[in-house]
Design a protein. Structure first.
Length: 242
């Protein structure tokens, strides 16, 4: 069974310009995910899918293959990451490497543990799981408390069938425990990508979650995310994640 890891990184970024190659703890941000993937014993091959020559050069310096450059239509800020993952899988097929399991890793999640990647592959390696995804617990911004802004700044509850003002939900601890995808990790059997038609996230029906904590789930989209991640990197607690 062949396991392919795809680390996709565009050259452009609006929230944090050139974020994938920014210095983060002495190496480019993307380098942390390169190292995590290379250290995962279940992964047979790691590639970088990029449209950017500088990112490609950095990947090669880390010993990561860059067998192709990603086409422009898959490199804009509206192109879903899964589309570049499918493109990578099919392109590797054409180059003679046909994978059975594809691990999609985000370079903007530097604290993701190699152990979490390994766990996802072990889940998907068996028949009763098609996809494994990193999940983080929802804390303060619980969906029950989502509001929709109306005209003149009046607002209404977004979730209509739950009265979140009811005394049963006054405390955060009384709200149901829910999780959201962190964006760091999607591990799929190849048939999910083969069938992907951009109508969903291609997670199939037999899906499992990899539960990760607040630090491991950090995803750098904005400058405040980058600065907070840098702060955590300076703390002793971060050593178990890097």
């Amino acid at each position: 069974m062949k396991v392919l890891a795809v680390i996709s990184a565009r050259g452009g970024s609006k929230g944090v310009p050139r974020k994938n190659i920014r210095d983060f703890g002495g190496i480019p941000l993307i380098g942390h995910m390169f190292l995590k993937a290379k250290n995962c014993p279940e992964i047979n091959k790691v590639i970088c899918s990029t449209d950017d020559s500088e990112i490609a050069s950095i990947a090669k310096n880390f010993g990561i293959d860059v067998p192709f450059l990603r086409p422009k239509e898959l490199s804009n800020d509206r192109a879903p990451l899964i589309s570049s993952t499918k493109h990578a899988m099919l392109t590797m097929d054409d180059l003679g490497y046909r994978s059975d399991i594809i691990v999609q890793l985000s370079p903007t999640c530097p604290f993701l543990k190699t152990e979490s990647i390994s766990k996802s592959i072990k889940y998907v390696s068996v028949n009763n799981c098609e996809c494994a995804v990193s999940l983080k617990k929802i804390e303060h911004e619980h969906p029950y408390r989502a509001r929709k802004i109306l005209k003149d700044n009046y607002f209404e509850n977004f979730v209509k069938d739950v009265n979140v003002e009811d005394k049963r939900y006054h405390s955060r601890q009384d709200l149901p425990t829910l999780y959201t995808t962190s964006g760091a990790l999607y591990t799929r059997k190849r048939h999910l990508l083969e069938q992907f038609d951009e109508s969903d996230f291609a997670m199939g029906k037999l899906r499992k979650g990899i539960l990760i904590d607040d630090i491991e789930s950090i995803n750098i989209d904005r400058m405040i995310d980058f600065h907070f991640a840098q702060f955590l990197l300076s703390q002793e607690i971060s050593k178990q994640y890097i």
